[in-house]
Write a protein that binds this ligand. Structure first.
Ligand SMILES: [Zn+2]
Length: 143
């Protein structure tokens, strides 16, 4: 900012320079954090694919016996993870069942099953399986 005689005010110049330095440091830190987050995301995906591959829906036709077993195992694993869960039902705006991978059409019922650390969106068929699995779990509370 110029002073009355037209020269730049040295205090303002110093402040602007400091702010530019802070902005540069912030930008560098931001880039570093983003790079680290990307690396962690990649590592997480690799770990999930290695140890939890059954959690990812395979593309398969219909609901054959092996797919039902996979969904049941998946839901059993989910139930045994974090103790109590709560269920919320609502009309879908178009989503995907996280147990079987089927599309949930807009307007159909969908269920969000929430634990302290995880959340699962299910279609009506998989939610029925979830309820059945949960009933068989020792010490499991009602959803
Ligand atoms: Zn499903």
């Amino acid at each position: 900012m110029p002073t009355a005689n037209g020269n730049a005010n040295p205090e303002v110049v110093a402040t602007v320079a400091e702010q530019i330095e802070v902005a540069n440091q912030t930008f560098a830190t931001n880039r570093s954090v983003r790079a680290r987050a990307g690396a962690l995301r990649t590592e997480t995906s690799a770990l999930l694919l290695t140890y939890r591959a059954y959690r990812f829906a395979r593309i398969a036709g219909g609901s054959d016996v092996s797919d039902n077993d996979r969904v049941r195992r998946f839901l059993h694993d989910f139930c045994s993870g974090d103790g109590q869960s709560k269920s919320y039902a609502g009309y879908s705006r178009g989503s995907v069942c996280q147990a079987c991978g089927s599309a949930i059409r807009p307007g159909d019922l969908e269920y969000d099953v929430v634990t302290t650390t995880a959340e699962l969106r299910l279609d009506a068929l998989c939610y029925a399986v979830f309820m059945e699995v949960q009933r068989t779990m020792p010490g499991a509370a009602a959803p």
